[in-house]
Design a protein around this ligand. Structure first.
Ligand code: HMG
Length: 477
């Protein structure tokens, strides 16, 4: 039964993205240096694998003065500015991140300080929690913000939900070309102008897994690459099943397939090919359960109809490989998934923000953004370790609610890195002390028109203690 509060329309009012200006092109010097180091047969082979097999061409790399807090604050300022709202109307700043800058303090508090400085406002009566669960942290932050509005507990018209991360794997590993950095900020509100989230439909699952993690003290992730793909696919399939059970009932569409309920399928994108693997799993499951598609599937991917599929991963792999080549899948993929991948191909994995970057990509690249109004997007959020949450929403007025800005930033002001400079930034600042207490290293591009990590505190005495505290400042252009 619905009560007054749960019938409120709540969702995303505005969304904005911020990525570092520095990037690494994976098609030239890096590929020439790495091909022999990675044991690849040729430079062309590595470039083919990275650009076609994995799906990335460029990766955003943070400069020495950038970190998850500055990226988050930059995205937040853009969201507030694009939406044209008063920052004092924000009641919560909830940050999802797995690359925090402090073991105790919430990045939300640092972001709050930067927003206060930038807009010249005081934001004291604001909550600023941090949510951590690998790449799904921001989705849990979004859920919490949305629920506060649905319950009538929000004290101000908007909540800021920010996904921010710097994705780092060891150099010369298979994870290296799936790094990236960036933040996505979303304003959540009642009667949202961008996307109204469907209520009571989400499917959430969690399993205790070892697919990917980052033990205390390590700056790079530990990952079992191929296994991480299997865990992702299994978790997404399970959460989709739960979403479908709830969505069919709530949306009054008994028996509807996922591609009948949703016009756009937005997946967590650690690398663009992963969205294709996920689409094959989700659509393959949907289509093989639909008797009316039997003849089409028997022609396109007969293995998909095999009773062995559930028991034998090799049969499933073959079935999905065949489906990947079929017209029925390609047509669906090009229309419903590909538009969400343009930005990640040039930015890489931004961990907690990557599914929201897919949403921005759909909005950014749409030939007719106004025509998205009324269409439904299904979101497939995933975080290693492992949890998946599938939910959905309907676009309201995307033409007016979204201000295109990401492609322009990528085309305009980005600066490519040579491998030596990229490796220096990857190593982080040198220091005799613990890594978290190191001073910021030398920036490649001096900060301009952005928040910057200015210094890290060194005092430890009776009068004042700030050892390890991070000082951020706005640097004008
Ligand atoms: P790899 O060993 O570099 O690649 O690992 P591969 O050898 O498996 O090849 C990948 C694809 O490229 C294959 O395609 C090859 O055939 C193809 P498929 O057979 O699957 O269709 N290929 C080529 N295609 C065209 N031209 C060529 C060519 N050569 C090969 N010349 C892997 C890839 C993703 C495993 C690795 O990069 C990795 O470990 N990445 C990090 C882990 C990761 O991203 N996992 C994803 C799932 S877990 C997740 O999403 C959570 C995460 O975001 C973290 C969080 O939640 O916080 C990571």
């Amino acid at each position: 039964m619905q009560n007054g509060s749960s019938s409120r329309t709540v969702g995303i009012d505005a969304i904005a993205v911020h990525v570092p200006r520095l990037y690494l092109d994976l098609r030239d010097e890096w590929a020439r240096v790495r091909a022999p180091e990675l044991g690849e047969a040729s430079v062309e082979q590595l470039v083919g694998k990275v650009t076609k097999g994995v799906g990335v061409t460029e990766m955003a790399v943070p400069d020495a003065h950038e970190d998850s807090a500055t990226l988050a604050a930059m995205a937040a300022v853009k969201a507030i500015t694009h939406a044209g709202i008063d920052p004092r109307d924000v009641g919560t700043i909830a940050v999802g991140t797995e690359t925090t800058v402090d073991q105790s303090k919430s990045i939300g508090a640092y972001v709050l300080g930067m927003i206060e400085e930038h807009f010249g406002v005081e934001l004291r009566r604001v909550g600023a929690p941090q949510f951590q669960f690998a790449c799904i942290g921001a989705t849990y932050a979004l859920e919490s913000a949305v629920n506060a509005f649905r319950a009538g507990e929000a004290t101000k018209p908007y909540s800021l939900v920010i996904a921010t991360d710097v994705s780092k794997y060891p150099l010369k590993s298979a994870g290296e070309y799936t790094q990236g950095a960036g933040a996505v900020a979303m304003l959540v509100s009642e009667s949202p102008r961008l996307l109204a989230l469907d209520a009571r439909v989400a499917g959430t699952i969690t399993r205790d897994e070892r697919d990917f993690f980052r033990p205390n003290g390590l700056s790079t992730a530990v990952v079992d690459g191929k296994y991480s793909i299997d865990v992702y696919l299994g978790a997404i399939a399970e959460a989709t099943e739960m979403y479908l059970e709830r969505a069919r009932a709530e949306l009054g569409r008994p028996g509807a397939r996922i591609d009948e309920l949703a016009d756009h399928l937005l997946f967590h994108v650690p690398f663009p090919r992963m969205s294709e693997y996920a689409a094959l799993r989700v659509l393959g499951e949907a289509w093989r359960a639909d008797g009316s598609l039997r003849a089409a599937l028997a022609a396109a991917a007969p293995q998909l109809l095999s009773p062995e599929l559930e028991r034998d991963p090799a049969v499933r792999k073959e079935a999905e490989k065949a489906l990947a080549k079929s017209v029925i899948f390609r047509e669906c993929y090009e229309r419903r998934i590909e538009p969400s991948l343009a930005l990640s191909r040039r930015i890489g994995n931004i961990y907690s923000g990557s599914m929201y970057l897919a949403l921005a990509s759909l909005l950014e690249t749409a030939a007719d953004r106004a025509a998205l109004a009324g269409s439904r997007a299904a979101f497939f959020s995933y975080g290693s370790g492992a949890s998946a949450r599938v939910f959905s929403g309907v676009f309201v007025d995307p033409q007016r609610a979204y201000v295109p800005h990401v492609t322009q930033a990528l085309d305009g002001a980005r600066v490519p890195l040579d491998v030596a400079t990229y490796e220096r930034l990857h190593a982080g600042p040198s220091s005799d002390g613990p890594p978290s207490l190191a001073q910021p290293g030398k920036s490649v591009l001096p900060p301009a028109g952005e928040f910057a990590l200015a210094r890290i505190g060194t005092d430890q005495g009776p009068a004042r203690t700030d050892l390890g505290y991070r000082y951020y400042e706005w640097v004008a252009s």
